[in-house]
Design a protein around this ligand. Structure first.
Ligand code: C5P
Length: 201
């Protein structure tokens, strides 16, 4: 039977790292749904309309290597407020969630909208300052020139847009287990996630 694990939370809270580790632990597939919005956002930077881009999205687009830039992240959060863009991406995500071997999906609305019946739901958070610090180290580690204040402003702007939008706003599902990673190491956060999911299985 397909077992779906929904992991939601704001940018740079540790969702990606936790989701990969959880998928490896339970030996199931993983979909980073932020990549769908990033791929659509990237197309809009080339001048394509967001709804056209969302409807034309194919799995190969998720492998493009320019999707991790701050510019594309902002474009992603701008297209993500559009109801037709979100609607165009639903079937792909739900089909992925039903994979026979089980699946982990991480994003903003997996537990609330995409997979409300997921067997396990986590909401991963951390303070905006901790998240900005992590994202700053990640970006500078890759050679991107930026400063902490810019990254913090970027994180807060995206949080506000993701939480205040009318369509599928970022919020924990009522039955989600909250994990605040502000004071946790990666190992501790992964261990908490694995034990919460094990208890739900
Ligand atoms: O998670 P990531 O930072 O890659 O997501 C980029 C943007 O895509 C988010 O800021 C959010 O606006 C949007 N997104 C969304 N719903 C999801 C995943 C991402 O609205 N399930």
């Amino acid at each position: 039977m397909a077992f779906t694990i929904a992991i939601d939370g704001p940018a740079a809270a540790g969702k990606g790292t936790i989701s990969k580790a959880v998928a490896a632990h339970f030996d199931c597939a993983h979909l980073d749904t932020g990549l769908l919005y990033r791929a659509v956002g990237a197309r809009t930077l080339d001048g394509t309309g967001p709804i056209v881009a969302a409807k034309a999205l194919v799995a190969e687009d998720l492998a493009a290597d320019n999707l991790r830039t701050p510019e594309v992240a902002q474009a992603a959060s701008r297209v993500a407020v559009i109801a037709e863009v979100r609607a165009a991406l639903v079937d792909f995500q739900r089909a992925f969630a039903r994979r026979a071997g089980g699946a982990v999906l991480d994003g903003r609305d997996i537990g609330t909208v995409i997979c409300p019946a997921a067997e396990a739901k986590l909401f991963v958070t951390a303070s905006a300052e901790v998240r900005a610090e992590r994202r700053f180290l990640e970006l500078t580690g890759k050679g991107t020139e930026t400063d902490y204040e810019t990254v913090l402003a970027d994180v807060k702007e995206r949080d506000a847009r993701d939480m205040e939008r009318a369509e599928a706003p970022l919020k924990p599902a009522e039955d989600a287990i909250l994990i605040d990673t502000s004071e946790l190491s990666i190992e501790e956060a992964v261990a908490k996630a694995v034990s919460a999911i094990t208890a739900a299985r």
